[in-house]
Design a protein around this ligand. Structure first.
Ligand code: SF4
Ligand code: SF4
Length: 103
């Protein structure tokens, strides 16, 4: 896609996410996440803020590495619920693959 698409946040609301723009990219979630690589989960949240669906789907495998430990959500100073956002992005990816299996 490449262009900024803020309407993606509205789309994510259908998948249970209403905190897309709460994140201010402080990186606390990255620091506590046990996956400790690839700037996860902040990177995916940034993609969501930009509405970059292509990059979310490109890196969607990372979404399934999340352990649901909740550390990121407990640590986030903005109440952005990064763990919940990751779950919502999973739902978005599954819906996209179900509707467009060959894309
Ligand atoms: S989700 Fe929260 S902890 Fe993670 S970068 Fe954004 S504001 Fe910081
Ligand atoms: S819930 Fe997922 S993204 Fe958040 S800290 Fe745990 S493993 Fe990382």
């Amino acid at each position: 896609m490449g262009l900024v698409n803020p309407e993606f946040a509205d789309k994510l609301e259908r998948f249970g996410v209403d905190s897309t723009f709460e994140c201010f990219n402080c990186g606390s979630c990255v620091a506590v996440c046990p996956l400790i690589d690839g700037h996860f989960p902040r990177k995916m949240i940034r993609f969501a803020q930009l509405g970059d669906e292509d990059k979310i789907l490109r890196d969607a495998g990372d979404l399934w590495r999340c352990l649901h430990c909740g550390l990121c959500t407990q640590t986030c100073p903005r109440g952005a619920d990064p763990g919940g956002l990751i779950l919502g992005l999973r739902r978005f990816a599954l819906d996209r693959w179900r509707r467009f299996p060959n894309v």
